[in-house]
Design a binder for this molecule. Structure first.
Ligand code: NAD
Length: 393
């Protein structure tokens, strides 16, 4: 019996396992994941802002997958893929042989080598970092009563991508409650968002991004565009000659793929590998790369699609179908991606959305929260809750 090894239990990896079991493939499926749980990476900013608890966005993958006949789960850290020997090397366990590999190891924080970013910024990339960012935020705000240092009430959010904007929405929602709880004056709180690009949320129509910016500004956020961060010091973010003092610095300037990609000798850029049109890689057709470790060219414009939950899940469906076909002696099909739209939340009661389904819809305000509830993963318009994704057979 062939053995398919799937690396990573994020949206992409879990979805592949689900689709392979639904397709009743005649193969052993081994899922390797660092933690015994899956976390919803699109909701980490809520844990970091304290509007959700880790338990709200995590679940144990083992009980769900234990019911699947041909699925084995290994909790271990992947350190390297020996592509020629077809082996996955693990931190603790013995190397794993594979006939087919689905590499869905996901993302890590990107610092672009900026001095001090690793040491002084709080990234939001997994449960541990989101919880650490929340604890730091709360203890720093609480410390003001003793320190009377206004920098304890200054927060800088680095970058204005989706993660930053969604975090800001949750943060400004929670701050008034934190002020009451920890007894600090709201009027001394300062929230700066520093962005290198000249525009905020350029992927939305200007009317929607302008609405989102105004919404957050009204709630106390100051945006600084065309302001590239050049250094992060303890207690300050620096952009050339300007310093933004703050004792809480949230580092959300983007992501790159897992370091295992570079460590395994893939032909990569920022730990993302450009895949063939069937999601395999040219020199190792026994491997599919999906999610944030992959880069998919958009045939419309030749540029790479941005990494999102939506494309990860679409890739997982296509990779699983291609694997099932190969196992039956068939051929693979081209991956065709039809983006269904984008939703950006601005805290629990608001957001903006641009949806391409049965026409083009531009939405803003509280109705976006309803859309968000319906779709759960904010980039994905077709999915049910991730828990039910595995439970239904
Ligand atoms: P991102 O790359 O989307 O945004 C990072 C931002 O930081 C960019 O605007 C960039 O210009 C800015 N930046 C980078 N270096 C800088 C510097 N030195 N100084 C100042 N600004 C700097 O990253 P993200 O927000 O972490 O998102 C990662 C991926 O996940 C993206 O592809 C995103 O689309 C996706 N995502 C989507 C959603 C959603 O659809 N709702 C939510 C979260 C994440």
């Amino acid at each position: 019996m062939k053995r398919i090894v799937v690396l990573g239990a994020g949206y992409a990896g879990l979805r592949v396992v689900k689709q392979l079991t639904h397709a009743k493939v005649d193969a052993q499926i081994v899922l390797v994941n660092k933690n015994p749980y899956h976390y919803e990476s699109t909701q980490l900013h809520e844990v970091a802002a304290g509007t959700k608890q880790p338990a709200d966005i995590t679940f144990d993958i083992r009980p769900l997958l234990a019911r699947k006949r041909n699925v084995e789960v290994i909790i271990d850290e992947v350190t390297r893929v020996d592509q020629d020997a077809r082996k996955v090397e693990l931190k603790n366990g013995e190397p794993l042989d594979y006939d087919y590999l689905v590499n869905a190891l996901g993302f890590e924080s990107e610092t672009f080598g900026i001095k001090g970013a690793d040491e002084n910024g709080w990234p939001l990339i997994d449960i541990e970092t989101a919880v650490a960012a929340r604890k730091h935020l709360e203890s720093t705000l609480a410390n003001y009563r003793r320190s009377h240092d206004v920098n304890d009430l200054h927060i800088v959010v680095c970058g204005a991508g989706f993660t930053s904007i969604e975090y800001l929405g949750e943060l400004v929602h929670r701050l008034p409650r934190l002020a009451k709880e920890y007894g600090f004056p709201m009027e001394l709180v300062k929230v700066d968002c520093i962005e290198a690009a000249p525009k905020i949320l350029p992927m939305f129509e200007p009317s929607l991004s302008a609405w989102a910016v105004k919404y957050l500004e009204r709630k106390g956020v100051t945006f600084h565009v065309a302001t590239p961060i050049t250094e992060v010091r303890p207690g300050a973010v620096v952009s050339n000659d300007t310093e933004f003092p703050a004792n809480t610095i949230i580092w959300t300037t983007g992501v790159h793929g897992s370091h295992v990609i570079a460590d395994s000798g893939y032909d990569q850029k920022r730990n993302r590998v450009v895949v063939e049109d069937d999601l395999r890689i040219a020199d190792h057709p026994d491997q599919f790369l999906i999610g944030d470790v992959s880069a998919v060219p958009n045939p419309g414009n030749g540029r790479l699609y941005p990494t999102t939950g939506q494309i990860s899940i679409a890739q997982a469906d296509a990779a699983a179908a291609n694997l099932a076909s190969l196992l039956r002696g068939g051929k693979t099909k081209k991956f065709v991606f039809k983006p269904l739209g984008t939703v950006c939340s601005l805290g629990p009661g608001a957001g903006i959305a641009s949806i391409d389904m049965m026409g083009h819809w531009k939405l803003k305000g509280s109705k976006v929260s309803i859309v968000k509830k319906m779709i759960n993963d904010r980039t994905v318009l077709e999915l049910a809750n991730i828990r039910t994704m595995l439970e239904s057979d």
